[in-house]
Ligand binder design. Sequence first.
Ligand code: SIN
Length: 289
Amino acid sequence: MEPYEREALEAVTTRPVHPYRTLTVERITPVLGAEVSGVDLSKEIPAEQLDEIRITFLDHHVLVFRDQTITVEDHKRFAAAFGELRPVNPPPEGDPYILEIRTTSAAANVAGNGWHADGTADTEPSLGSMLYITEIPEPGCGGDTLFANMHLAYEMLSPAMRSLLDPLTAVHDGAQALGNYTPPADYVIPKGEHPLVARHPETDRKLLYVNKAYTSRISQLSAQESQALLDMLFDTIACRPILHCRVRWTPGTLVLWDNRCVQHHATYDYYPYTRYGQRVAINGGPVKG
Ligand code: SIN
């Protein structure tokens, strides 16, 4: 490991631990994710506990709440504690804020089966997403979700690479993420341009803001240069386990992740079995450079 990589890692692993009064917080890895217990999401969450959940969200970026039995209204109430709810695009038939994540053996597409953050092609991408899984594949496992820490992805790059990336911007194109999925005729494909190195709006910490699903082009470079640099960055995100944590679902687990600084990848290792959950997303603002 290079000295700058050690330094970046040490800053994360030795960060101070908050003394929580109303929660138990257990890290998943030293760099990403935490299992949070002591919370009942089917009830109105007391203000002090909500404040502590917000602190731990900024600290760990991926929060796992197990053994929850919640209604759609409970789910939306918890999401609304973090910001305005984000309507599903294209609008679903039922509740406009509930995205059903359903995989059956007949599914032509598996949602989220590749590294991405939600909604980055929008001019104002999503703040975060909350996925509540109620049905897991029949073997009792499979369908784990992987997450990657984009602060650390940036901080572990060499100083020379960080200086090259800092002033750049990149286009995020919803068309690239469609693959072989044909959207409804009235779906307006989103496209936006964002800083390649962004700052978290709440902590001001820098992070790498490109993802393989949506980022199509670095604006200031030639097509060939852009592709080479993006491929290197996508490989860095996908191939460095040090950046990752992995959540194994059990029925009744709700996971909240921060789309501003984390990418995720749903693993499709359970064909022909079924997995089902519902996701609510939270609106964010413009990406800060
Ligand atoms: C997604 O939001 O991309 C789906 C994640 C998952 O199904 O685990």
